[in-house]
Design a protein around this ligand. Structure first.
Ligand code: PLP
Length: 453
C-alpha cells in the first residue's frame, strides 16, 4: 500500500528530468530506489540491480560510501555554508583547489566552482568570451562544439550540445554556437580534399575567420552521444589547431574526469592540455552536487592583468563548503584505491565480454571501451551494415529486458542509432562484469526472439 501510495504521489507531483511524460502519466515511475551499495541498487520491492551506468555516469566510487556522508556531516556541523563572493573564503574550498591543481594536467591550477556540468560549461563559455573581450577582441565570441556532443541543459550548454532532441526544446538557441562533424582527423590536420572539410573544426574556423572564434569545446570521449572514442591523434590535432589560430580549447571532462576512462582525466590519454577544463559528476561521485572549471594560471593572470573590474560571475553555491569537503574525500578514495588504474584493468574484461556478445549474437557489433566507459551497437544485419529501423525500438527493448533482469544500462538512439552504453562504478570487479555480460546475453536472446531474428 505504501508502495502504491509512492507511485501515485510520484505520478501526481513529480516532473521527471529527461523522461517520457506520456509514459509517466500512464504508468508512473519505472522503479523507486531505496538503497545503494557498491555496484548495486535496491528498489522498494526489494529488487536488486547492477547499476552499470553508475546512475548517470557519475557514481565513480560506488554506492554506500559512509565516509562521504560523514565528510558532509562533519563540514555541515562546523560550517554548513559560507559564500565565496567578495573574496571571502573557507578551508574546504581552498583544500579542494590545491588537490585539483595537483591532479589536473599542466598549468590548469585555478578553479571556479559550480553545482554541475551545465553550469561549468556555461561558465567556461562566459570566461573565454570575457577573456577575448578584455583583450580587445569582442567579436571573437563564437564557440565550436561537435555533432553528437552533450554539454548540458542550460540554454548555453544546450546550444553547444550537438544533439537535435535537446536543442529542440529551447525553441530558440543562444547565438554564436557552431557545430562541427566529430573526429574528422584528416581535416583537422589540413586535408582540404576531404569531402567533410567544410563541416570540420578547421573548415569552420577557416570559413568563419579565426578572429571570430573564441573557443572549441570537446568531450575527450563523447558520452551521452553514444560513447564515441576519438581516433588517436584527434585531440592533439584539435589542440594544434587551436594554437595555430589563437583559439582557446575547452575540454568537457564531466563524464571522463576522475578515473572513468582509465586515467584521472580523459585528456591524459593523449597528453593534451586544454586551456579550460570543465568537471562535475565524478568530482563527488554524485554524492552531492558540485562542478568545477579549471583554467590555466596564464589565463587567470591575463584576466587579472587587463581588468581591475569585478568578475561578475558566481553562483550562490560556488564552492559550497560541504560539497567541497565531499569532493576532497571522494578524490582521496579514488587515489587511495587506485580507481583510474583499476578502470584501465577492467577495460580488458569489458572488451572480453563484448567479444563474447559479438560472437554469440548476430545483432551485436561495433563494441568499444576505454577504461570503464563502453558501448556496443545493435544492427539488423551487421555484415551488410543494415541498421535496425527506429520503429523496431531494438535498443530500447534491450534496455527494458536488462532492467527486468536486474541490470541498468542506457540506450542511445539519437539520429537512428541503436547504441547500448555503460559506465559502471569504477569499483566493479571481474565477476560483476561477467554477470553484466551474462544478463546482456539473456536479454539479447529475448530481443532476438521478439524481433524474430
Ligand atoms: N557535459 C557532459 C559531457 C555531460 O555528460 C553532462 C551530463 O551528462 C553535462 C556536461 C551536464 O552536466 P549536468 O547534468 O551536471 O549539468
Amino acid at each position: 500500500d505504501q508502495i502504491k501510495n509512492l507511485l501515485e504521489l510520484d505520478k501526481k507531483h513529480y516532473l521527471h528530468p529527461t523522461s517520457s511524460l506520456r509514459q509517466h502519466q500512464e504508468s508512473g515511475p519505472k522503479r523507486i530506489f531505496t538503497e545503494g551499495k557498491g555496484v548495486y541498487l535496491t528498489d522498494v520491492n526489494g529488487g536488486r540491480y547492477i547499476d552499470a551506468l553508475a546512475s548517470l555516469w557519475n557514481v565513480n566510487v560506488g554506492h554506500g560510501r559512509k565516509e562521504l556522508g560523514e565528510a558532509a556531516s562533519e563540514q555541515m556541523g562546523k560550517l554548513a555554508y559560507s559564500s565565496s563572493f567578495n573574496n571571502f573564503s573557507h578551508e574546504s574550498v581552498i583544500r579542494l583547489s590545491e588537490k585539483l591543481a595537483n591532479i589536473t594536467p599542466g598549468d590548469l591550477n585555478v578553479f571556479f566552482y559550480t553545482s554541475g556540468g551545465s553550469e561549468s560549461n556555461d561558465t567556461a563559455f562566459k570566461l573565454v568570451r570575457h577573456y577575448w573581450k578584455l583583450k580587445g577582441q569582442p567579436q571573437k565570441k563564437k564557440i565550436i562544439g561537435l555533432e553528437r556532443a552533450y554539454h548540458g541543459i542550460t540554454i548555453g550548454a544546450t546550444s553547444a550540445t550537438g544533439i537535435q532532441q535537446f536543442q529542440n526544446m529551447t525553441n530558440s538557441l543562444a547565438p554564436d554556437f557552431l557545430h562541427a562533424a566529430a573526429h574528422k582527423t584528416n581535416c583537422e590536420l589540413g586535408d582540404k580534399n576531404d569531402p567533410d572539410f567544410a563541416r570540420s573544426i578547421r573548415g569552420i574556423i577557416e570559413n568563419e575567420g579565426p578572429e571570430k572564434i573564441a573557443a572549441v569545446i570537446v568531450e575527450p570521449i563523447q558520452g551521452a552521444g553514444g560513447v564515441i572514442i576519438p581516433p588517436n591523434g584527434y585531440l592533439e590535432a584539435v589542440r594544434e589547431l587551436c594554437d595555430q589560430y589563437g583559439i582557446l580549447m575547452i575540454a568537457d571532462e564531466v563524464i571522463c574526469g576522475f578515473g572513468r576512462t582509465g586515467k584521472m582525466f580523459g585528456v591524459d590519454h593523449w597528453n593534451v592540455i586544454p586551456d579550460v577544463m570543465c568537471m562535475a559528476k565524478g568530482i563527488t561521485s554524485g554524492y552531492i552536487p558540485l562542478g568545477a572549471v579549471a583554467i590555466t594560471e596564464r589565463l587567470r593572470d591575463s584576466l587579472a592583468e587587463v581588468s581591475d573590474d569585478v568578475l561578475f560571475h558566481g553562483f550562490t553555491y560556488s564552492g559550497h563548503p560541504a560539497a567541497c569537503a565531499v569532493a576532497l574525500k571522494n578524490i582521496e578514495i579514488i587515489e587511495k584505491e587506485n580507481l583510474p588504474a583499476h578502470a584501465g584493468k577492467m577495460e580488458k574484461e569489458l572488451k572480453k565480454g563484448f567479444e563474447y556478445l559479438t560472437e554469440n549474437h548476430s545483432l551485436v557489433t561495433k563494441s568499444r571501451a576505454k577504461g570503464l566507459i563502453g558501448a556496443f551497437e545493435l544492427f539488423e544485419d551487421r555484415e551488410k551494415g543494415i541498421p535496425f529501423k527506429p520503429e523496431k525500438m531494438a535498443a530500447q527493448k534491450l534496455v527494458e529486458e536488462c532492467l527486468s533482469r536486474g541490470l541498468i544500462v542506457r540506450a542511445v538512439t539519437f539520429g537512428g542509432t541503436n547504441i547500448i552504453a555503460l559506465s559502471p562504478p569504477l569499483i566493479i570487479n571481474k565477476e560483476e562484469i561477467e554477470k553484466v555480460i551474462s544478463i546482456f546475453s539473456d536479454a539479447i536472446q529475448e530481443v532476438e526472439k521478439s524481433l524474430k531474428l
